[in-house]
Design a protein around this ligand. Structure first.
Ligand SMILES: O=C(O)CCC(=O)C(=O)O
Ligand SMILES: [Fe+2]
Length: 353
């Protein structure tokens, strides 16, 4: 049984049950191979051109240059996150609003826990949460960073809307950029990490999934660990050295809502995070932009679309988390979203799909 008890910043209870051989064998069979590092295309936010639609169609993930997020702001947020998450005793962090460790399933079953902790911040929350230092400084920097994320995601979505031919109302309501979520993650050192290859006692920083957002913006440090599924292989996406200089690229993932809006022309990329090694910790700042809850998404393709018009509120209320991840081999990029929708309710799908 693995525990993190020797590290005071981690929970003082066991985090992993022994996996039985049968289950281990099952998981090994399902695991897509690892395909090494992948060079992602870069989109220039000031001049996205054809590169934007090409990346959305082919990959569902790209680097974003010329975003204008000040390097020293990212650096300040990374430094605060490193301090607060990495050097504060677990019990103290746990008392803070928005703090989490591992998966929500942790309370039910200590198995397949994601080796990650962090803060979840609703940027649209009207009343600031009352916290003392150093958390108040953290809250203020998060809020300033969130303003930049809202600006960047709006500009990017405007360019995407133009490429998809959305009207002015859709362009406004399909993304509520100021009501996004920011997650500040720390992937603590993990003694049972194995570089992304599954074997007995292997952990992941975050299990394979697609995001439910329209767009997600990831700012990861130099440690790296993010992997995307492309052509049936897990490919490493190198860390960007976030916060080291103003020219550092951000990463953009298309989420399920972008795939739906595009009528499946664009991809919601399947991705995961390898657990950090025993002597490394990884930090990332992830912003998620969602549609306005009441906006009805009419998916491209009209009556021939696979999706009936639906609102994000409906999608959220119907989407039940599955207890285990879907088979990653069968879930090629994109089909996972359809599976999520089918799992949520057939009401979202037009008949026959
Ligand atoms: O930490 C990261 O780089 C990615 C996290 C992620 O995929 C998520 O929060 O959905
Ligand atoms: Fe994600």
């Amino acid at each position: 049984m693995a525990t993190a008890a020797s590290d005071p910043s981690c929970p003082p209870y066991p985090l992993l049950e022994e996996e039985d051989d049968k289950e281990e064998h099952h998981e090994q069979e399902e695991e897509p191979p690892h395909g090494g590092e992948m060079e992602l295309p870069t989109v220039n936010l000031e001049a996205p051109g054809d590169a934007l639609a090409a990346a959305c169609r082919r990959l569902g993930v790209f680097r974003l240059a010329n975003h204008g997020v000040p390097g020293d702001l990212s650096a300040r947020l990374f430094a605060l996150a490193r301090d607060i998450l990495g050097r504060t005793p677990f019990q103290e962090k746990q008392a803070q609003p928005g703090y989490f460790w591992g998966t929500p399933a942790l309370t039910l079953r200590v198995k397949d826990v994601n080796w990650v902790e962090g803060f979840h911040v609703d940027l649209g929350q009207k009343r600031p949460v009352d916290v003392g230092p150093p958390f108040s400084e953290f809250r203020d920097v998060v809020s300033e960073y969130g303003e930049h994320m809202a600006r960047v995601v709006r500009k990017l979505f405007d360019a995407m809307s133009a490429a998809l031919g959305l009207d002015a109302d859709q362009t406004t309501s399909y993304l509520a950029e100021r009501d996004g979520t920011l997650r500040v993650y720390r992937y603590p050192p993990c003694t049972s990490a194995s570089g992304g290859h599954r074997h007995r006692h292997h952990h992941l920083g975050m299990e394979a999934h697609t995001d439910s957002s329209v767009l997600s913006i990831i700012n990861q440090d130099l440690v790296g660990g993010l992997q995307v599924l492309h052509d049936g292989r897990w490919r490493d996406v190198a860390g960007g050295g976030a916060g080291n200089n103003e020219d550092t690229d951000l990463l953009v993932n298309l989420g399920d809502m972008a795939q739906a809006i595009s009528g499946d022309a664009w991809r919601s990329v399947r991705h995961r995070v390898a657990a950090s090694g025993a002597d490394a910790e990884r930090l990332s700042l992830c912003y998620f932009g969602f549609p306005r809850e009441d906006a009805v998404l009419t998916c491209r393709g009209g009556s021939s679309s696979r999706y009936r018009p639906f609102s994000y509120a409906q999608f959220k209320s119907r989407c039940r988390p599955t207890s285990r991840p879907l088979d990653p081999r069968s879930a090629s990029n994109g089909s996972f979203f359809a599976n999520k929708l089918v799992g949520a309710s057939v009401q979202f799908m037009t008949s026959g799909s």
